[in-house]
Design a protein around this ligand. Structure first.
Ligand code: FAD
Length: 293
């Protein structure tokens, strides 16, 4: 753990699968115990930084006979094992930050089970709540308005700041970033006081995603073509990448729609979404490749 915290070793999180993203409890990667080892088979996708990681935290199905949330366990996997195949995904902005990861009969020690057997869902949701708070609060303390500041500077230099409609949009962004910083400061203070992140963490993440959507639209208004047509190293590249990369904010760590469901259900106490698979053992669900069987 010390190496993990100091980043001597880098770790990735292997939850999502081609057929299990928002509904990650429908995952099909399976782990079977064979003597003192677990044998793992399956595929993960969108695994951030898997190609540079030493270890990964994986959730896999250990009991298909029970409902989908109940038969999942969490494991630690050595990402350098030859039975782990990592294929990078090429992004629209030119980057390659995430990957597909395939497991073919990889054997890991029995002790690499993280937490109790079949309790992986509880651990995974806890990790996701920390992730949402991390995404939603950002890394800097204090009140910051990074996107508003850069866009205002650009508009001042180019002269578009004289447009009153644009000024109003920039001011709105400034206010939203300020409000987000204040909420983040409160969340960080709560964490410092020992409070575990709860479903309220989804609020910061959802707000951050909305802000980046506004930033994307403002890049169009303020920077214009320069952000659309650029070659490697051009001034517009930074803006173009920011605009293209902004889409990830509403997907990574759970989509905007899922955050709204969590807020509605667990913060506002609204009725839960209807679930057609309630009480059905995982093996009988028509999910992923089970649809074809
Ligand atoms: C930058 C980035 C980094 C990522 N890193 C990782 C990582 O390191 N590890 C990892 O495991 N995963 C990672 N992911 C994957 C991410 O968690 C999933 O993409 C996300 O959970 C959505 O799953 P999906 O892509 O399968 O979309 P789907 O679940 O197929 O969703 C498709 C659409 O349907 C909507 N939808 C689905 N269910 C509902 C519902 N119940 N109610 C309303 N709308 C719904 C969604 O909001 C979305 O608009 C990453 C994704 C991104 C973009």
């Amino acid at each position: 753990l010390a190496d993990n915290i100091s980043a001597e070793t880098v770790w990735c999180q292997m939850f999502s699968e081609p057929g299990a993203g928002s509904d990650v409890a429908s995952l099909q990667t399976k782990a079977e115990l064979d003597g003192d080892e677990w044998i793992i088979n399956g595929q993960k996708v969108w695994t951030t930084l898997a190609h540079v990681c030493d270890y990964g935290v994986l959730i896999a199905r250990t009991n298909p006979e029970v409902i989908k949330h109940a038969g999942i366990s969490m494991f630690i996997v050595d990402m350098r094992d030859p039975a782990v195949e990592i294929r990078p995904i090429h992004q629209i902005d030119g980057g390659m930050h995430f990957n597909e990861v395939f497991f073919t009969d990889i054997r890991i020690p029995k002790d690499n089970l993280l937490g109790p057997l079949h309790e992986g869902w509880r651990l995974a949701t806890s990790m996701l709540m920390y992730e949402r708070v991390a995404i939603g609060t950002g890394s800097t303390g204090g009140i910051t308005t990074p996107h508003a500041k850069r866009l205002i500077e650009y508009a001042q230099k180019s002269g578009t700041i004289s447009n009153p409609v644009l000024r109003q949009k920039l001011m709105k962004l400034y206010c939203e970033e300020t409000a987000k910083s204040l909420v983040s400061m409160r969340t960080r203070a709560e964490l410092k006081a020992g409070k575990a992140p709860g479903p309220g963490g989804s609020l910061g993440k959802l707000h951050g995603s909305k802000i980046l959507r506004d930033v994307r639209s403002l890049i169009n208004d303020v920077v214009g073509m320069e952000a659309d047509a650029w070659a490697e190293g051009d001034r517009g590249q930074w803006w173009g990448r920011l605009a293209l990369g902004s889409f990830q904010a509403g997907i990574a760590g759970g989509t905007d729609e899922i955050q709204k469901n969590i807020i509605g259900d667990r913060v506002l106490g609204l009725p839960r979404e209807p679930s057609v698979d309630k009480g059905v053992p995982f093996k009988d669900l028509l999910v992923g490749t089970q649809k074809d069987s």
